[in-house]
Design a protein around this ligand. Structure first.
Ligand SMILES: NC(=O)c1ccc[n+]([C@@H]2O[C@H](COP(=O)([O-])OP(=O)(O)OC[C@H]3O[C@@H](n4cnc5c(N)ncnc54)[C@H](OP(=O)(O)O)[C@@H]3O)[C@@H](O)[C@H]2O)c1
Length: 244
């Protein structure tokens, strides 16, 4: 399925960051894209940036009833991409196990693992027989780093779940894209000089010497959607961070 023209793709998280870049790339190859997010005003601003061919549906996929309503409103489609997460910095989960309040750890798992799980569960009845599901994890699933216990668990849980689901819902294909550090608004809370120092440190460490943009990472999703032999896979797109 190398031609994505006319494929009906729903992107949960398409209102910002990597999800928006995936929406743009898919729009440009002729896919019929619907972006989903909770913040209706931000979603509409993004939709206007993406143009009239892209549709937007506001809703919260972490709530079962709301997710069911959302996918019923969208109707039948071919491909689900989900990039949804609650920012780790907002919840202060880059912390040691001892220092991190349990409630924050649980909210983080709810905001990423359970949210993407619920999105897939609610989408399945509407997904075509040859459809695909693409989750988003992150490099911490397999990279040992200080203060990453709950971030690692969140991402590893998504990867493990996706491999099981790939068997369960075959011949639909189920995969995961695992980004490394990607320059998105997620890091806008940092003062500019701290952000730049952080990115410079990452550049020094990465084999590619570059921090990926959201557009760079979007390429992995297009590959996953096109690659008809790919299922149960985790595609790492991290500038080589896993081998650094
Ligand atoms: N940026 C990085 O460096 C990096 C590195 C590794 C992995 N990742 C992963 O890549 C993914 C995307 O990251 P990003 O930087 O693009 O973050 P982002 O801009 O915060 O994207 C997350 C999107 O998910 C939506 N969302 C969250 N919860 C939702 C829910 N319950 N229902 C519907 N939509 C929901 C958000 O919109 P609303 O808030 O409007 O709902 C937002 O548009 C995340 O899973 C992140 O963990 C990112």
């Amino acid at each position: 399925m190398s031609d994505l023209r006319g494929r009906r793709v729903v992107i949960v998280g398409g209102g910002s960051g990597i999800g928006e870049a995936v929406a743009l790339a898919l729009r440009d190859v002729g896919a019929v894209v619907t972006i989903v997010g909770r913040d209706a005003a931000r979603l509409e601003t993004t939709r206007q940036r993406l143009g009239a061919k892209v549709r937007a549906e506001a809703g919260d996929v972490s709530d079962e009833a709301s997710a069911a309503r959302l996918f019923t409103a969208i109707g039948p489609f071919d491909d689900l991409v989900t990039t949804a997460a609650t920012s780790s910095s907002l919840l202060g989960v880059s912390a040691s196990m001892a220092d991190m309040p349990m409630a924050n750890a649980e909210r983080f798992m709810a905001g990423k693992f359970w949210t993407q799980y619920r999105a897939a569960r609610a989408a399945l009845p509407h997904l075509s027989a040859r459809g695909t599901i693409t989750f988003t994890s992150g490099v911490a699933s397999r990279k040992i780093m200080p203060r990453h216990t709950v971030i690692a668990a969140n991402n590893a849980a998504l990867e493990a779940m996706a491999k099981q689901l790939a068997r369960e819902v075959a011949p639909r294909r189920v995969n995961v894209v695992s980004p490394g550090l990607t320059s998105t608004a997620t890091y806008d809370h940092l003062p500019p000089e701290r952000r730049e120092a952080f990115f410079a440190e990452v550049r020094r460490q990465l084999p590619t010497g570059e921090v990926a943009s959201a557009a760079d990472v979007a390429e992995a999703y297009l590959f996953v959607l096109r690659a008809s032999a790919l299922t149960g896979a985790v595609v790492d797109i991290d500038g080589g961070f896993l081998v650094s």
